[in-house]
Design a protein around this ligand. Structure first.
Ligand code: C2E
Ligand code: MG
Ligand code: MG
Length: 261
């Protein structure tokens, strides 16, 4: 069933947290040299009581415009940190838990304070947390972004640039920011096999990331052909349906268990 309007999404979103309609699914990131799982990306899922599952691309923009992304984002952070800590306590080989952070959250004046409080309360060592932000988050308020990134780096939290290549980044700023990884947007990965010139941009982004000393992660890897190309180009990591869809926590733990045995 379709939502009648943005307004009806907003009304229902307001109740969703209280009614516990949100869950997180986790998708693995794979090290292309070793094949090991290097981390999980937490992806928000909303199961509406009558409308069923609502895709993030439909409700996250509404949550951002209405400010509801702040309490929702705080819930995501706490849930992801709690889960990461539980997996680590169970001896599972998780290296990082990545959480998507939208511009509204990043620019909120309590962002860092709340984040460190959550890390403290959940007992997750900051080195296990990675934040994913888009290029525009970094480029639109550069001074603020630089100071937030500096604090995160000092505390050991990693930061990656999500959907890289879809926005516009000033490369000289990118170079100055303390960043850890670039995630090549899936639209470029899609072109590896569908467009005769599709490989050029992907190779260029990989080279650029390497020269900036950043880990390069390919998003949306769906085929063996994508994977072969990325390996040949020495892309560091990949994520996509080829390896696994985002899955509920129990299933993700099983993926990690396979890595141990
Ligand atoms: P994203 O952070 O770039 O996440 C990757 C998206 O690509 C996810 O969609 C994932 O399910 C999908 N994906 C992964 N592998 C493949 C593949 O091989 N093929 C295809 N076609 N898709 C793949 P999802 O979960 O629908 O999330 C969409 C976007 O919503 C995310 O893009 C992110 O920007 C946002 N989002 C999701 N969860 C959160 C959250 O907790 N907080 C915030 N602020 N944004 C979130
Ligand atoms: Mg992401
Ligand atoms: Mg992305």
């Amino acid at each position: 069933m379709l939502f009648r309007s943005r307004q009806s999404i907003e009304e229902d979103l307001r109740r969703a947290l209280k009614r516990r309609e949100f869950t997180l699914h986790y998708q693995p990131k794979i090290n292309l040299k070793t094949g090991a799982i290097t981390g999980a990306e937490a992806l928000l899922r909303w199961t509406h009581p009558t409308r069923g599952s609502v895709p993030p691309l439909k409700f996250i923009p509404v949550a951002e415009d209405s400010g509801l992304i702040l309490p929702i984002g705080a819930w995501v952070m706490r849930e992801a940190c709690t889960q990461a800590r539980a997996w680590l306590d169970a001896g599972l080989p998780l290296t990082t838990m990545a959480v998507n952070v939208s511009a509204v959250q990043f620019r909120n004046e309590n962002f860092l304070e709340d984040l460190f409080a959550t890390l403290g309360e959940t007992g997750l060592d900051p080195e296990f947390l990675e934040l994913e932000v888009t290029e525009s988050v970094l480029m639109e308020q550069r001074e603020l972004a630089a100071s937030i990134l500096k604090t995160l780096r000092a505390k050991g939290v990693q930061v990656s640039v999500d959907d890289f290549g879809t926005g516009y980044s000033s490369l000289s700023y990118l170079q100055q920011f303390p960043l850890d990884a670039l995630k090549i947007d899936q639209s470029f990965i899609r072109r590896i096999t569908t467009n005769p010139n599709g490989t050029t941009l992907v190779s260029a982004i990989i080279r650029m990331g390497q020269s900036l000393n950043l880990r390069v992660v390919a998003e949306g890897v769906e085929t063996a052909a994508d994977l072969a190309f990325l390996k040949a180009q020495q892309c560091d990591e990949a994520q996509g349906y080829y390896f696994s869809r985002p899955v509920p926590p129990g299933q993700f733990a099983k993926l990690l268990e396979v890595c141990v045995s």
